[in-house]
Design a protein around this ligand. Structure first.
Ligand code: KG4
Ligand code: ZN
Length: 336
């Protein structure tokens, strides 16, 4: 059987990425040009700066992806591109490149939802089995997604305020850490202990929504109170206490969702899925409570934004011929 190669492009936030993916589950190349250093001094992603970097990087990423994959344009079956959600200016760069490349080479164009991409990163580890549950945790999203079948998504719960990654980054700023601070807080948390015991928002409530802004406020208040009193707080204990709260809520709600929806697999995806504390607690609790449900974490380097995951998510769409024409536009708040 002939192999199907997809050229995928991702530019929704602060990484420019182009990949070549074979049959939805094999990475031939996955070039990621990160802009993180350019945004660090602003303490967050500056949309205008992001767009300009994407313009500078996209063509060389595309060339490199083809060279590294050792494939010719003639061998490609389709071009996949992130249409949203994300920053509109950033998305438009990837979209324009994808449309031009697809048009020039007579290839079908497949629009992909960035969040679906995060979920499908799991396919590089193991074939997906339905029904499944996905916990999507990134800088902009915190969602529990039920997938009854390939390409079908039902959001059963989501954050009512801040995303989990956003909470990490905001708390990191209070601790004087560089943006994005999730990884560093994770490392500090492993040294510290949960001595400050912050609230676990809505943990007992009978729905699958999350809230992290109260936790963020408690954290900030605790630090400010200590400053006023001249009390010395342990940064690693603060990190550990914050992480314990986030992880406990995420694990609790996710396990309950898996139980109630009787799924075969659980996929934990998105930038925060790189979190070691979350990985350990989720694996352990699932093992204890639902040993028959397979828990899948994408490899660490595929948890953050990358084009390989977009190529994988596109694969289901190729079979269903869900292609777009040259009028395809960016949709900044696209939902699953
Ligand atoms: O998926 P992603 O790369 O970009 C978005 O689509 O948002 O996620 C980035 C987010 C950032 O908020 C970052 O702080 C967080 O993922 N993150 C982590 C870890 N690594 C990255 N959060 C907690 N623990 C980590 N190890
Ligand atoms: Zn993302």
């Amino acid at each position: 059987k002939e192999r199907r190669l997809v050229l995928a492009i991702e530019s929704s936030c602060d990484e420019t990425s182009v990949a070549v993916v074979e049959d939805g589950n094999k990475i031939l190349s996955n070039i990621v040009a990160s802009q993180v250093l350019s945004h660090q001094r602003f303490g967050g992603v500056v949309p205008e700066v992001a767009s300009r970097h994407h313009v500078e990087q996209i063509i060389s990423c595309l060339d490199e992806a083809l060279v590294e994959a050792k494939v010719t344009v003639e061998e490609l079956s389709a071009v996949a591109v992130t249409e949203g959600p994300g920053l509109v200016g950033a998305l438009l760069i990837g979209l324009s490149a994808a449309k031009a490349f697809a048009f020039a080479n007579g290839l079908p164009l497949i629009p992909v939802n960035h969040m679906a991409g995060h979920i499908y990163a799991a396919r590089f580890v193991e074939e997906m089995q339905f029904p499944l549950m996905a916990l999507l945790v990134s800088g902009g999203h915190t969602e529990l997604v039920y997938m009854p079948a390939d390409g079908e998504f039902e959001i059963i719960g989501e954050t009512r305020d801040d995303a989990a990654g956003e909470a990490y980054d905001k708390v990191g700023r209070v601790l004087g850490l560089k943006y994005p601070s999730g990884k560093e807080i994770d490392e500090m948390a492993h040294i510290g202990q949960d001595v400050y015991h912050f609230p676990r928002a809505m943990i007992k409530e009978d729905h699958y929504d999350f809230s992290f802004s109260g936790l963020k406020s408690s954290f900030i208040n605790r630090v400010h109170n200590a400053e006023q009193k001249g009390e010395e707080l342990s940064k690693v204990d603060l990190a550990a206490s914050f992480q314990a709260s986030v992880v406990e809520v995420l694990v609790n709600k996710t396990v309950r969702a898996c139980q109630n929806f009787e799924v075969k697999q659980l996929i934990v995806a998105g930038g925060v899925a790189a979190n070691q504390g979350l990985r350990n607690a989720m694996t352990e609790t699932m093992q204890q409570q639902l040993p028959d449900v397979k828990v899948i974490f994408p490899p660490l380097k595929l948890c953050g934004d990358n084009a390989a995951m977009i190529g994988s998510a596109a694969f289901a769409a190729i079979s269903k011929e869900q292609t777009a024409d040259m009028y395809l536009n960016a949709t900044p708040s696209l939902i699953l």
